[in-house]
Design a binder for this molecule. Structure first.
Ligand SMILES: Nc1ncnc2c1ncn2[C@@H]1O[C@H](COP(=O)(O)OP(=O)(O)OP(=O)(O)O)[C@@H](O)[C@H]1O
Ligand SMILES: [Mg+2]
Length: 299
């Protein structure tokens, strides 16, 4: 974490304290290995833990995966089957609020054709928006995770309608968030994608729909009911459709940073709920003090 308390002006989440990063071992230090890296097979999503490995096992001389200190980066993926539902919009807003909260955050732009987040980052730099964010384009999630070992939070902005890439990204993410509009045209593919991810072995508890581009409370309520009947989780709150959000994007701002935004309103509630889950997960991933001491002893 860095920048703790650096700018609290837009920070409604300041009461939550994520704490320090915990003890960290040097690469190559002895540690307990759960197993060697499994081969990438057809059913590889079930082996998703291998991507959390950042250390070379000194005993086996090979890559290993472990529940120890390696996996401290919380990975949040914004995915969808449909395009234009708000993945990049949510991803940018989460990056902005997480950075303000003091999390070391990288927004990984995995949409190599559109590069929406990367282009937006250039606008952010041009307009000198505070806080500066780390936005990097990566060809896949493996490369993003491997390149960002020190991040508290890695946000994956996935392309729409990319089944294989979506499966890869979702299988390593701690939270898979799918924005959806209120129309049946959006809700049905959203639910179908989650059924597909679930049947591939991704725990349902990691899957969340985020209501996006809502126009009135009635359609928000109907959309929430639709997702809940399908037995998937919906984040509280919703992002409403506003022209000023598009203007904000044009100036390198996240929608949540747009002038006049009420952070206690529905969109802030959705982002705040997600941020709270991220902070809890980050705490859970940190090594317990007794493990850190045991692991730091030479074998
Ligand atoms: N709540 C909103 N209000 C107004 N405009 C919005 C809102 N959400 C998204 N937009 C606009 O809609 C367009 C699509 O949004 P966004 O790029 O976030 O979708 P996406 O799911 O990432 O799309 P793609 O699948 O093409 O990557 C953008 O121009 C964005 O500025
Ligand atoms: Mg996008």
């Amino acid at each position: 974490m860095r920048g703790e308390g650096a700018d609290q002006r837009l920070d409604p989440w300041g009461k939550t304290n994520i704490g320090g990063r915990g003890q960290k071992m040097e690469p190559g230090a002895p540690h307990e290995c759960a197993s060697v890296r499994p081969p990438r097979t057809k059913d590889w999503p079930a082996n998703r833990r291998f991507l959390t490995i950042r250390n070379r096992c000194t005993e086996r001389g090979t890559w290993c995966f472990s529940d120890s200190w390696h996996a401290m980066t919380v990975v949040v993926a914004f995915v969808s089957r449909k395009g234009g539902v708000g993945k990049s919009t949510f991803a940018r807003a989460l990056a902005a609020v997480a950075a303000r909260r003091g999390l070391v955050t990288t927004l990984a732009d995995l949409d190599k054709d559109q590069k929406t987040s990367s282009r937006w980052q250039r606008l952010r730099e041009k307009h000198q928006v505070f806080p500066p964010l780390t936005v990097e384009a990566y060809p896949n999630i493996d490369a993003a995770i491997a390149s960002e070992p020190d991040a508290d939070l890695l946000i994956a902005d996935a392309p729409g309608n990319a089944p294989e890439l979506t499966m890869e990204i979702a299988s390593v993410a701690h939270f898979v968030v799918q924005p959806s509009g209120a129309c049946f045209d959006d809700l049905q593919p959203a639910v179908e994608l989650f059924y597909q991810l679930k049947s591939s072995g991704i725990p349902k508890s990691r899957l969340y729909v985020a209501l996006s581009r809502m126009l009135d409370p009635d359609e928000e309520e109907a959309a929430r009911a639709y997702i809940e009947v399908a037995d998937f989780s919906v984040l509280p709150g919703a992002v409403v459709e506003r022209a000023r959000y598009r203007e904000a994007h044009n100036r390198g701002l996240a929608f949540i940073e747009s002038p006049g935004e009420d952070l206690a309103a529905s969109a802030g509630v959705a982002l705040g709920a997600l941020l709270t889950k991220i902070i809890r997960k980050h705490r859970a991933l940190r090594p317990r003090p007794e493990n850190a001491v045991a692991l730091s002893q030479p074998s």
